[in-house]
Design a protein around this ligand. Sequence first.
Ligand code: ADP
Ligand code: MG
Length: 701
Amino acid sequence: MNNIKTRDPAERPVLELTGVGQQMAAKLARLNVYTLQDVLFHLPSRYEDKTSVSKIGELSLGQATVIIGEIELAQVVFGRRRSLLVRVSDGTGSLTIRLFYFNRAQERSFNRGLWVRCFGEPRRGAKGLEMIHPQYRIFEQQPSGGFDKTLTPVYPTTEGVSQLLWRKITDQVLEKILPSVTELLDARCLPAELQESLQAASLQQALLQLHRPAAGVDLEVMHGASSAAHRRLIFEELLAHHFSLRKSKAARAGERALALQRNHNRERELKQSFGFKLTTAQQRVMREVAEDLAKPSPMLRLVQGDVGCGKTVVAALAMLQAVESKTQTVLMAPTELLAEQHYQTLRDWFEPMGIEVGWLASKTPATLKSDTLRKLADGDLMIAVGTHALIQPTVQYHQLGLVVIDEQHRFGVDQRLALRNKTGAEIVPHQMVMSATPIPRTLAMSFYADLDVSNIDELPPGRTPVETVVMPADSKREEVIERVRLACRQGRQVYWVCPLIDESEVLSAQAATDTEQLLTTALPELTVALVHGRMKPKDKEATMQAFRDAEIDLLVATTVIEVGVDVPNASLMIIENAERMGLAQLHQLRGRVGRGSEKSFCILLYQAPLGQHAKYRLQTLRETNDGFAIAEKDLAMRGAGELLGTRQTGSLGFKVADIIRDQHLLTSLDASALQIETLMPEIIDPLIERWIGNKEAYVNA
Ligand code: ADP
Ligand code: MG
């Protein structure tokens, strides 16, 4: 154990720790903990204060704490459930410990006159205060002090790895490894606002404080991550992630892709079938994409732009470039409905040019599927549209040049790895991802540092902004129904959207069905139809088709219509229970109207009373149609997880940082990263290894 300080903790396996054998090591690996350094950087997610003892007479409900009391009475009672009740008192008040699960030994141990120390959450019981299944210990004499000398860390963990084990192994690394952990950052690389506070906390102090916060440290400060120790670690972690993304971008530059050439004549042909002129923004983004595609290294570009800005057109032009260079291209959408719509659109555009468009979804009939698969493998089909089915391992491409992914936030970026060519596995397809949920700039910089980003920041001309009104459902329903009647009488079409209820498609479908019945009765002269997620795709599609063909006046739908569906004649949307939905989702839904030249309306119905957040959300929507502004507000309110899809929870799980809470640090990240690259590039790899790890090396060991 003497050479412990001289060997790099980043290279020493957890097996060296007392209490960790092969089995435990395998469990820790599930948490990406392989080395002693990984243990050190596996930080608590929260803390409990078991250091100080509260007087029973001064307890606050719901706040877990330690009390010490003398046992006055212990008895087993048979109520709805058998339980052991132990009444204890400390002179300021009394409290009952309630155990539902207990054995004979436990029952006998609570003797009158002995003392207990317990940690739990006081609640109001039938006969005064109670703690249910607290952590406890019995003493002969009145003990003094709480359970622990420091705040008790609670570690993120996995099945079979107890908090006790975490404490045992973190104790060991704190004692033996911490002194040898090297400080990588120095003051030259830190933004001015952080320098002072970060100098106050060295890396070692910071780690120690996060693993074992001293008694008396404010729990709120710890949970709010606002201490100097936190700032020290958060900034390091953000830097590590930033570098890691940049590195994967650099690695991509070393990969090979097919250089795709533009064919201006064919482009002109395609543009003719669009039937409109591209906006300036579309032209700019199209050029950015075209230039990337012409390079022999794979493109990875995010094309973002508000609903209705016309991303599909840009995708089609890129796909043409692939086809004209004799390579295949696919367009993948998150839902069958959306994929189907793209399929229609692309067929309308490409088939007149003599280019066949194929279809592949999970529910495609087997014979049709095998035919499509054969053509994709042989290179007889150059374009395919579909869902995830396109990237299943069974699908082989002859020569895949470009993959376009729509509504990228629903997929996560990792799926790009699933695509390989039949000929030449070492050739990587170009990839274009599209999103209507714009990522605010600060986030894009740090979160998509491995992507290039293009913005279509302009809507096609002739769109009139959607006017949004907010109304209480109960008192205004009649009035809203009248507006539906009027709109349809004028030849317009209407969406009536019912939200997801309790995360359940069954309940939601039921609610939508009820609404449809109600509206059919109230509006007998209209053709009313229903789509929801529980319907067969074929029926759903047929209904959508009928709506697009204006055979249906009023479409009652669940949020399945959220993305992409395009019916320019629809000019009124009613959204029920809008208070339950997030900003971005409401904005997406609203984007289904206002697609024609007619003035459109969106009525947000809510169930009173409105909470403060809901009120703010609905007000924001009423005031702005700007997707970027909405995304910024959404981010501030909700957190980045949903905005970024699987990105945060998947490949970018943070240990201490939280990109919402720590947004202010993101702005100085770039400058610091640049400093490091010029002054001390040698710390970049160790920094990445420390926070993100170099897992492969250990997985294969
Ligand atoms: P999104 O970016 O939300 O995916 P779409 O690509 O579905 O938007 O385009 C929305 C609608 O706008 C479609 O009907 C499309 O044909 C139309 N559109 C796209 N670009 C233009 C343009 N430059 N001028 C007029 N209409 C356009
Ligand atoms: Mg779209």
